[in-house]
Ligand binder design. Structure first.
Ligand SMILES: Cc1cc2nc3c(=O)[nH]c(=O)nc-3n(C[C@H](O)[C@H](O)[C@H](O)COP(=O)(O)O)c2cc1C
Length: 184
């Protein structure tokens, strides 16, 4: 049973949404909690591009930035608003990483959990601004806006996400422990 408030699926603490993709972002694995939150069955998800759950409030520039990092072999943490099959949404803090075997890139995986409310409130405003800039001047303008926003804060993207995550360091340690336990 999902807890729903004003169109938002409220995630359970200490429950994780995980998935794996091939190198082009097509889903190759999902856990059960992903299915129960998104409303899709495994059969509906496997083989689909991960953008099946993309929410229109997510700025394009965030995914561009994410893919640039993954292409360089680096992982990324991001606040992501996702859509469910039945038109609801949910917020996660996603850790997206590269799966490599003997130095060869095999695909990607993501590990996500409930995002903190304070972080959501702040990032939602930033995403709203970036989407507005994308409508106005495309991704070039939203990239410029994001860079200016971070420069004004004197923070890198990672610093800013860490700051939003409040006890972010602890969450990262917890994620890496769970990933080892679940052999991701
Ligand atoms: C491992 C992995 C997990 C992803 N998880 C999500 C996700 O939860 N939500 C999402 O919208 N996109 C996710 N993406 C990114 C999508 O593949 C896609 O780039 C994004 O939805 C933008 O789609 P679009 O370019 O068609 O607009 C993920 C990608 C990878 C590699």
């Amino acid at each position: 049973m999902r807890e729903i408030k004003n169109g938002e699926v409220i995630l359970q603490s200490r429950k994780y949404i995980t998935s794996k993709t091939d190198l082009s972002g097509h889903i190759t694995y999902t856990n059960d909690y992903f299915c129960s939150v998104s409303g899709y069955s495994k059969d509906e998800l496997i083989g689909k591009n991960h953008n099946i759950i993309r929410h229109p409030d997510m700025p394009k520039i965030i995914f561009k930035f994410m893919w640039e990092r993954l292409n360089r072999g680096q992982g990324i943490y991001a606040y992501v608003k996702n859509s469910t099959k039945d038109g609801l949404y949910y917020w996660v803090i996603a850790d997206v990483e590269v799966v490599a075997k003997k130095g060869k890139k095999m695909g990607y995986y993501s590990f996500r959990s409930k995002a903190n409310q304070k972080g959501i409130e702040q990032i939602a405003k930033v995403y709203e601004l970036l989407c507005e800039k994308e409508r106005e001047g495309g991704m070039a303008l939203s990239a410029e806006t994001l860079n200016k926003f971070l420069a004004n804060k004197n923070m890198s993207y990672d610093d800013y996400i860490n700051h939003l995550m409040e006890g972010g360091g602890k969450l990262k340690i917890w994620y890496s422990f769970l990933k080892k336990l679940l052999s991701f």
